[in-house]
Design a protein around this ligand. Structure first.
Ligand code: HEM
Length: 478
């Protein structure tokens, strides 16, 4: 054998040898998070279908496995459920870029008109465009201040409407708090978006009429079907059968929501086109007048309509739920109600109604709301995030396209983090008089506004709407 051939052979053999060694040395792939053994093809779908409500089943499974992160295979999808704030931060802070998308499921597609908006859209150019519009054009400090007058009018209207109900002999002065909170928040949003509290004439006692009831019921129906562990969310070819009824429910609900919104949007477009309008008065005007670099409309009418559905969906449920629960807890613990009244008396007094400018000084009222977000979250899970590539989190493999759901009660009631987790104790959020209580928690010990690329861009507006609603109800009524 010639020396050159011999050397080439030696090189080749050494290469193979080192390759083999490096393969042997490579550490084994990290395991999936703990969870139930999955059947081939269907995973744990049979158990999911026989264990409703599904979120409770998932939380029970996590307790059985004594874990703060679990993997449950549903159809072809790895669902990763998390109750640890440390791991939640790994998902939404450290690896945020890989978990910034959303699942593509039928109810989300229907509600967003094929992902024209922001909240439900998978990451990509449309999400980026609409997120920028929301964060840099709608939810800015300037717009927040411009819309202050409209929010004030609604805060005054709230007090009048509750007083009218209390005075109404036909209903013996009984006030339905859930109706009041949900309709107040929807009225504030409609006022800021359309410049009008109601689509129709309302009722004699200045309450919402059938149009508003249909609108708000539609919004809550959509919210109840979104990411609600429908079987077709995990086996898409079952969509046509609509086994859970979500397709029919969302189709009808979005029709009811959009019939009022869309006709108001069409009318407004026409006013601008015909020159009947020249000044921007509300969010709809702002959206219509946004321009791209060529000075052409930035948003199509279809995008404006979808974005306004998003604004309504994003704002209607969290504030009303937090206030309803805070009131319920305060009624059960009158000492807390007395403490909140004392704070309002000392900050605001009895001669005027509480205003947005008082908010920085209302630490106790804010602590009650924060405790409400911690203990009584509106939904069992955060809006799901989807992983865009295989990622290792907490030493576990999170496969590409996993459906990551951070558990709101799991975080807020985690006994490792919270002392007496099931007790409503607002004072746990107050450290000293100088430090202001905020409703957001970027460390994810509570999931209120979340964090990262998909974190809520409306947290200032959402906090303000929530705080004023509770403060007015406590201050105005015993
Ligand atoms: C108390 C009130 C509110 C709470 C607790 C809240 C909470 C949240 C949460 C938890 C998310 C999902 C974050 C994630 O995926 O990790 C979210 C998303 C969002 N929120 Fe809010 N929100 C509130 C009010 C509002 C308001 C008033 C608006 C605007 C009008 C708004 C606009 C949005 C938008 C646009 C998103 C989607 C962000 C994206 O996917 O890129 N929110 N919010």
């Amino acid at each position: 054998m010639e020396i050159t051939t011999f050397l080439a052979l030696l090189c080749l053999l050494s290469l193979i040898f080192f390759k083999l060694i490096s393969v042997k040395k490579r550490s084994p792939a990290p395991p999936l998070p703990p969870g139930p053994t999955a059947f081939p093809f269907v995973g744990s779908l049979p158990q999911m279908l026989t264990n409703k409500p599904v979120p409770r089943w998932i939380h029970n499974l996590m307790q059985q496995h004594n874990t703060e992160i679990a993997c449950i295979k549903l159809g072809g999808v790895h669902v990763i459920s998390v109750t640890s704030p440390e791991l939640s931060r790994e998902f939404l802070k450290k690896h945020d870029a890989f978990f910034a998308s959303r699942p593509d499921i039928l109810s989300a597609r229907l509600a967003s008109d094929g992902y024209q908006g922001v909240i439900l859209s998978p990451s990509g150019s449309q999400w980026k465009k609409m997120r920028r519009v929301m964060a840099s054009e709608v939810l800015t400090v300037g717009v927040f201040q411009r819309l202050h007058g409209k929010r004030c009018e609604e805060a005054d209207h709230l007090v009048r409407y509750v007083y009218n109900q209390w005075n109404n002999v036909d209903i013996k002065g009984v006030v339905n708090l859930r109706d009041v909170t949900q309709h107040h928040i929807a009225s504030v949003s409609r006022k800021m978006v359309f410049g009008e509290r109601f689509f129709g004439p309302g009722t004699r006692d200045e309450g919402p009429g059938i149009e508003e009831k249909e609108h708000v019921d539609g919004l809550f129906m959509i919210l109840s079907c979104l990411y609600a562990f429908g079987v077709a969310d995990f086996v898409p070819w079952l969509e046509v059968l609509d086994l859970d009824g979500h397709k029919r429910a969302v189709t009808n609900a979005i029709k009811n929501v959009r019939k009022y919104q869309d006709s108001a949007i069409d009318k407004r477009m026409e006013m601008w086109n015909l020159g009947y309008k020249s000044e921007e008065d509300d969010i709809l005007d702002i959206l219509i007048n946004l321009k791209n670099s060529e000075n052409e409309p930035l948003l199509s009418i279809r995008e404006i309509k979808a974005l306004i559905v998003d604004i309504m969906l994003a704002s209607v449920d969290n504030p009303s739920n937090a206030v309803e629960w805070a009131m319920a807890e305060m009624i059960n613990q009158p000492d807390l109600l007395a403490e909140a009244c004392k704070e309002l008396d000392s900050v605001v007094g009895k001669k005027r109604l509480v205003q947005e400018s008082d908010i920085p000084k209302l630490n106790y009222v804010k602590a009650c709301l924060k405790e409400s977000f911690r203990l009584h979250p509106l939904a069992p899970f955060n809006v799901p995030h989807i992983s865009s590539k295989d990622t290792v989190v907490g030493g576990y493999l999170i496969p590409e396209k996993s459906y990551v759901v951070l558990s709101r009660p799991g975080l807020g009631r985690n006994p490792r983090i919270w002392d007496e987790p099931l007790r409503f104790k607002p004072e746990r959020h107050i450290f000293n008089e100088q430090t202001q209580v905020g409703l957001a928690d970027h460390d994810l010990r509570i999931l209120s506004f979340s964090t990262g690329r998909r974190g809520c861009p409306g947290f200032v507006l959402g906090s303000t709407m929530t705080i004023i609603l509770l403060a007015r109800l406590i201050q105005g009524f015993s």
